[in-house]
Ligand binder design. Structure first.
Ligand SMILES: [Zn+2]
Length: 95
């Protein structure tokens, strides 16, 4: 991913804490339960939303029986919701 400046500058407090901007948390679908992973890369500190391995692309639930579609994991609950939406759309399209 190409880095892009947000123009947001934040201070680091005496314990090393930084508040992640609300706009970015919202854009990434982060909640107060979200986790981040932190690593150093090319002289930068990178903070990335943590997505556990085997987590559903849509809801974040870890499901062993998730299916893989186009390289993305979908849990059975989200698959059922997607299928239901697809069925609704097909019914609406009919005369
Ligand atoms: Zn899901």
């Amino acid at each position: 991913m190409k880095e892009k400046s947000t123009g947001i500058i934040r201070g680091v407090d005496n314990l090393g804490r930084v508040v992640l901007p609300k706009e970015l948390r919202t854009a990434l679908g982060m909640t107060c339960d979200s986790k981040v992973e932190i690593f150093a890369e090319d002289g930068a500190i990178v903070i990335r939303k943590y997505i556990p391995p085997k987590a559903c692309t849509f809801c974040g639930a870890v499901a062993e029986d998730a299916i893989l579609f186009e390289g993305r994991r979908i849990c059975p609950a989200c698959l059922a919701r997607l299928t239901a939406r697809q069925d609704d759309g097909e019914r609406r399209d009919q005369p």
